[in-house]
Design a protein around this ligand. Structure first.
Ligand SMILES: Nc1ncnc2c1ncn2[C@@H]1O[C@H](COP(=O)(O)OP(=O)(O)OP(=O)(O)O)[C@@H](O)[C@H]1O
Ligand SMILES: O=P(O)(O)OC[C@H]1O[C@H](OP(=O)(O)O)[C@H](O)[C@@H]1O
Length: 181
């Protein structure tokens, strides 16, 4: 059986990665949403994740618990190695990824592709403020990192999320579809 694709969803903070991923999984229940491990307090929400302390995270990383892990926004994020079993079963998986971890992801997964979500700077600023998860200072730091290059040589599909979310989800689904049949 052909293994599933690890679809790394990237883009600047506030662009709508989690929203688009949820919409894709709702539209196609065969898509598996990867549950990340994050050193963030459990109550901050916006996505389902396993909240751990920094010490726990470092211990898990040392024991090979993650296929890929990275640091960003003063937090640590890990993609559990257990996802390899889901991929081996032929299921496509969606993971909220860091642009800085794409090369490591490409090395860690047999079938790796990138769904890059874009939006104008003013869209990002409005959405981060409305979401209210971060302080003004944290939002300013996130906006300063909005532009990060993607590494060359990867399969990248890009979709804008400046407009309505359901339009973005439909466009992303059609980008993902041709190679899924
Ligand atoms: N097309 C859209 N129109 C209006 N609001 C949207 C749209 N897409 C996402 N949002 C809203 O924008 C905010 C940011 O979205 P989301 O949390 O999905 O972004 P993200 O890219 O996962 O951010 P982060 O990387 O910071 O976790 C949320 O409040 C979400 O409801
Ligand atoms: O800017 P880059 O490196 O692409 O992404 C860094 C991190 O930012 C976001 O974190 P969060 O979900 O907002 O905490 C992404 O999910 C990723 O883990």
């Amino acid at each position: 059986m052909k293994s599933g694709r690890l679809i790394a969803v990237v883009g600047p903070s506030g662009v709508g990665k989690d929203s688009v991923m949820e919409g894709l999984a709702a539209a196609d229940p065969s898509l598996h949403l990867v549950r990340r491990t994050i050193t963030r307090a459990p109550e901050l929400g916006c996505e389902d994740y396993d909240a751990v302390s920094v010490a726990e995270f470092e211990d898990m990383a040392a024991r090979g618990h993650f296929s890929v892990h990275w640091g960003a926004h003063d937090l640590q994020y890990g993609i559990p190695a257990s996802i390899q079993t889901v991929l081996a079963g032929g299921q496509d998986c969606l993971a909220n990824f860091s642009r800085t971890a794409l090369a490591a992801g490409d090395a860690a997964f047999a079938h790796f592709c990138v769904l890059n979500i874009s939006a104008r700077p003013e869209t990002l600023a409005t959405r981060l403020a409305a979401r209210g998860r971060e302080s003004q200072a944290q939002i300013a730091k996130r906006l300063a990192q909005a532009t990060k290059p993607l590494p060359a040589g990867l399969t990248v599909m890009t979709v804008s999320n400046d407009g309505a979310l359901d339009v973005t989800i439909a466009q992303a689904m059609s980008l993902l579809q041709p190679v899924r049949v």
